[in-house]
Ligand binder design. Structure first.
Ligand SMILES: NC(=O)c1ccc[n+]([C@@H]2O[C@H](COP(=O)([O-])OP(=O)(O)OC[C@H]3O[C@@H](n4cnc5c(N)ncnc54)[C@H](OP(=O)(O)O)[C@@H]3O)[C@@H](O)[C@H]2O)c1
Length: 149
């Protein structure tokens, strides 16, 4: 049974809504909000507690595009999680095309590379027990109806 979940990019959009909906399940006892901005994370945490009536949200600072930050976040987790929702990212603005120290675009670093590293680090540390879910786009699979090659 899944009791604890880490959601990346949980302060806004689909990630925040995912946190809100998961809190409706009483079996879920802990939801880590994986966010890169402490102020936005705390704001989302307070709103989620008030909207759901459940004090089960904990902020985990993580910039998924920054490999050091990903490793630190895994070390910071004090108990294993049952499920990981890899949601942080988006198609973003111009800054998404800046290169990281690893030489890839920010968009690749956050949407893919950082999440691969996060999953690997969690598994290596025995801190992920059941499920890893990736929030991707149908467009990335070349769905014909979307006119993407
Ligand atoms: N919405 C759609 O129609 C759609 C369609 C296909 C796929 N998706 C995918 O679904 C996911 C969520 O989309 P959304 O529409 O909910 O996006 P959104 O509203 O823009 O929210 C993105 C979230 O990701 C966080 N984030 C961005 N870069 C980050 C980083 N380096 N480290 C940690 N957090 C980071 C943002 O934090 P800040 O507030 O700090 O920026 C924000 O919390 C994305 O991966 C997107 O590619 C969405």
């Amino acid at each position: 049974m899944i009791k604890s979940v880490l959601i990346t990019g949980a302060n806004a959009g689909l990630g925040r809504e995912c946190a809100r909906q998961l809190a409706e399940y009483q079996q879920i006892k802990k939801i880590y909000l994986g966010c890169r901005n402490l102020h936005k994370a705390k704001e989302a945490q307070a709103e989620l507690v008030s909207e759901t009536g459940r004090n089960i949200f904990e902020v985990l600072l993580i910039d998924v595009a920054d490999q050091q930050s990903v490793k630190e976040a895994v070390k910071t987790l004090n108990s294993p999680i049952d499920a990981l929702v890899m949601n942080a990212g988006g198609t973003g603005g111009k800054e998404f095309y800046n290169k990281t120290p690893e030489g890839v675009t920010q968009i690749f670093a956050v949407n893919l590379l950082g999440h691969v590293l996060l999953t690997n680090e969690l598994l290596k540390a025995n801190k992920l027990t059941q499920a890893a879910i990736y929030a991707g786009s149908e467009a990335a699979r070349g769905v014909k109806e979307m006119g993407m090659t």
